[in-house]
Design a protein around this ligand. Structure first.
Ligand code: CMC
Length: 428
């Protein structure tokens, strides 16, 4: 017998079906609630609300488990290439040799962006934040590729759009950086790997041959994989909601880039380094920062701590912390900020306030330290997150489209003024 949930409202009993996921996750299906009872549910921030049934990422926040399409994040980060993981997230399985070759070739052939887009960059002020430039550039891709706007979603159009977007995001990200610092942009080199090509466009200059450092390439590959998907987070939900209106993929992902930028989400990686730098510059004891984070009258939060879903540990943070130690060691970088981060983690993890609320270092706490060691400027950190998250956004958008999900449109409880008679200006 299938499970149901019973609810009593105004003395009347209603039954709602229970949905069970493949990992035994449970949900009460209230999609018919308003129709049968007249009530809606209230859940600001969607803390208890499932918006979809998804087959992409499994996350068990209590036990720190994260899997893409059934594969453990630890295995993928250690053994896979980012482009393989992108294929996995978007198409459902790891690619075989031919599939990987076809996908990589197709992505490689679309890396150049239209020359006219350079003029968009020219119009941005020097020092413009790369995330602002990136979301504008991604949205504007739809104007160059109008077939992406086809709401009937022909499968060839979708695949072409997907390959173009994966191919062009690193080019646009590197161009945003070059514009930000006033250096000439580099064209992609299609004999390089996906990550290697990004490095070449980011750090290469026309006067010199740029040599790919395999330590940096491998670290970026790992970081991109760790960021590649995270089920229905803020930016991914944004991509799905925007896409549910049948907006094209470029516009949907551009909205995702904007959502990611905020310091409570992907922007936390920039905010963490700025916080650690401030701690270092001020030289005040770490406890005073912890006290500020606990003080409800102070808006300061310990950036890189806490997570909506992980209440025990963030498995990505564990991998990144280890990688930070390795990468800094391999590159011979001695970053005093890493020491401050470790001390801060130690103090916070032993503090009752953080323990009680399940506040642990998240993915952003240590990622900025690796990015710094790799020579990436602070305001490019969230762009790096976006590069990694792209296949997740695409896979989730594709799933939502293929499932023909309804337009995302929450309800509300109105608490404003009731009916008022209009009065003319003289009477007010
Ligand atoms: N420092 C101090 N207190 C905190 C923090 C923090 N970083 N995070 C949560 N709390 C407290 C919060 O004040 C609340 O306390 P109380 O129960 O006494 O009111 C309690 O912990 C629960 O917090 P919440 O805000 O209700 O939890 P949430 O699930 O709505 O927010 C979060 C999750 C990630 C937005 C939040 O933990 C936060 O602001 N962290 C700092 C920003 C950050 O590192 N963001 C990156 C998240 S991981 C990558 C990503 O998703 O992009």
């Amino acid at each position: 017998m299938s499970e149901t949930a019973r609810m009593i409202l105004d003395g009347q009993e209603y039954e709602f079906p229970v949905i069970t996921g493949s990992e035994n996750e449970k949900a009460i299906d209230i999609s018919k609630l308003r129709g049968s009872t007249g009530y809606i549910t209230m859940d600001p921030g969607f803390k208890n609300t499932g918006s979809t049934q998804s087959g992409i990422t499994y996350l068990d926040g209590e036990n720190g488990v994260l899997r893409y399409r059934g594969y453990a994040i630890e295995d993928l980060a250690e053994k896979a290439s980012f482009i393989e993981v992108a294929y996995l997230l978007i198409y459902g399985d790891l690619p075989n040799k031919e599939q990987l070759e076809y996908f990589s070739d197709s992505v490689t052939r679309h890396t150049i962006v239209h020359e006219n887009m350079k003029r968009f960059f020219d119009a941005f002020p020097l020092g413009a934040h790369p995330m602002g430039m990136l979301s504008s550039m991604v949205a504007s891709l739809s104007t160059f590729y109008p077939e992406s706007q086809n709401p009937n979603r022909d499968i060839t159009d979708i695949d072409l759009t997907i390959h173009r977007l994966i191919a062009k995001l690193p080019t646009l990200a590197a161009q945003a950086y070059k514009h930000n610092v006033g250096l000439p942009t580099m064209y992609p080199k299609n004999n390089l790997s996906y990550v290697g090509n990004f490095m070449h466009m980011m750090w290469g200059v026309p006067a010199e041959d740029y040599e790919i450092d395999p330590i940096v390439e491998s670290a970026l590959n790992k970081l991109f994989i760790l960021h590649a998907d995270h089920e229905q987070n803020c930016s991914t939900s944004t991509v799905r909601v925007v896409g549910s209106s049948q907006a094209n993929l470029y516009s949907s992902v551009s909205a995702g880039v904007s959502a990611l930028w905020g310091p409570l989400h992907g922007g936390a990686n920039q905010a963490v380094i700025e916080m650690l730098e401030a701690i270092r510059a001020e030289g005040s004891p770490l406890q005073s920062w912890i006290d500020r984070a606990k003080d409800k009258t102070d808006s300061f939060r310990l950036m890189g701590f806490g997570h909506r879903v992980y209440k025990n540990f963030d498995p990505r943070a564990r991998i990144i912390k280890k990688a930070a130690d390795e990468v800094l060691g391999q590159l011979g970088v001695n970053d005093p900020v890493l020491e401050i981060a470790k001390q801060l983690e130690e103090v916070a993890l032993n503090d009752e306030y953080f323990v009680q609320r399940g506040l642990y270092p998240n993915v952003d706490f240590y990622s900025g330290i690796i990015y710094r060691a790799l020579g990436i400027p602070t305001d490019m950190f969230t762009v790096m997150f976006a590069l990694g998250r792209l296949p997740g956004w695409i896979g989730q958008w594709k799933e939502m489209t293929e499932n023909r999900e309804p337009i995302g449109r929450p309800r509300q409880v109105y608490v404003g003024a009731t009916n008022r008679a209009f009065t003319g200006l003289d009477a007010r």
